[in-house]
Ligand binder design. Structure first.
Ligand SMILES: *Cc1c(COP(=O)(O)O)cnc(C)c1O
Length: 239
């Protein structure tokens, strides 16, 4: 099978899984954006997926992403940063990504907003919430995330669009359902407390092995790598 055929077949299978999960939840599958996580895969994979209709691509390292973005500059796609963002890379991120999923602290928010204002870009941002309290994980604990959401409402260049969660990695997708459900409940609580619903419309949750559960719990963006591109040769290192 050619690369194009393989990616087309994988995408067909992913879209069928999305459709079945949406049907179970009584949701419109068109309201669920598929972000193809292309980390560790070269530009030819991005081109193949774009030919198969993918419009959103995710990366978790700024440097790798910038190289891929310039190598595929002729392809009309939107780039998402799904991995941890170091503050000293905020400016480059504000210039390159349509959506930044990993805003988890005030200093980063301020740097992104300042850089986007200077560069004349309007990236969407999501606040990453840490619901597990794992010392090794990124994300803001819920109380700090709420403060960050309120701060983001006052930003002039970046636009708050929702929340993201990356639950602990476990084999059983049902084991992470409580995290997905909790993210939706937090969103609902914060909207009830006065945050404009449009600013928390997006819930970025679910990966290759658990996106059905995330869709059942309200995901509007799913971040899918392995199920589209295949197994990664080596685990992508943290930035
Ligand atoms: C790599 C990655 C994904 C995709 O993971 P798969 O299991 O390959 O689908 C999703 N989200 C984040 C933050 C990632 O780093």
């Amino acid at each position: 099978m050619s690369l194009d055929e393989r990616i087309r077949a994988n995408l067909e299978a992913v879209r069928a899984r999305v459709a079945r999960a949406a049907a179970r939840a009584g949701r419109d599958p068109g309201a669920i954006r598929l972000v193809a996580v292309s980390k560790t895969f070269g530009p030819e994979y991005v081109r193949a997926a774009a030919r198969a209709g993918v419009r959103d691509f995710g990366e978790n390292r700024v440097q790798e992403a910038l190289q891929k973005i310039s190598a595929t500059a002729d392809v009309q796609v939107a780039w998402h940063l799904v991995g941890h963002l170091q503050s000293n890379k905020a400016r480059r991120a504000a210039g390159a990504f349509a959506v930044i999923h990993s805003v988890d602290r005030r200093e980063l928010l301020d740097r992104l907003d300042r850089a986007a204002a200077e560069l004349g870009t309007r990236p969407q941002i999501l606040v990453q919430v840490d619901l597990a309290g794992e010392a090794t994980k990124f994300g803001a604990r819920p109380e700090a995330a709420k403060v960050l959401v309120e701060a983001a409402l006052g930003c002039r260049a970046v636009r708050l669009a929702g929340l993201m969660v990356l639950p602990p990695l476990v084999d059983d997708p049902e084991a992470v359902r409580p995290y997905f459900r909790r993210l939706r409940e937090l969103r609902d609580e914060w909207v009830a407390a006065g945050v404009p619903p449009a600013r928390l419309a997006e819930l970025s949750m679910g990966m290759s092995h658990d996106f059905e559960v995330a869709i059942e719990e309200g995901a509007t963006m799913i971040r899918v790598g392995t199920a589209i591109f295949g197994a990664r040769a080596a685990p992508a290192a943290e930035p």
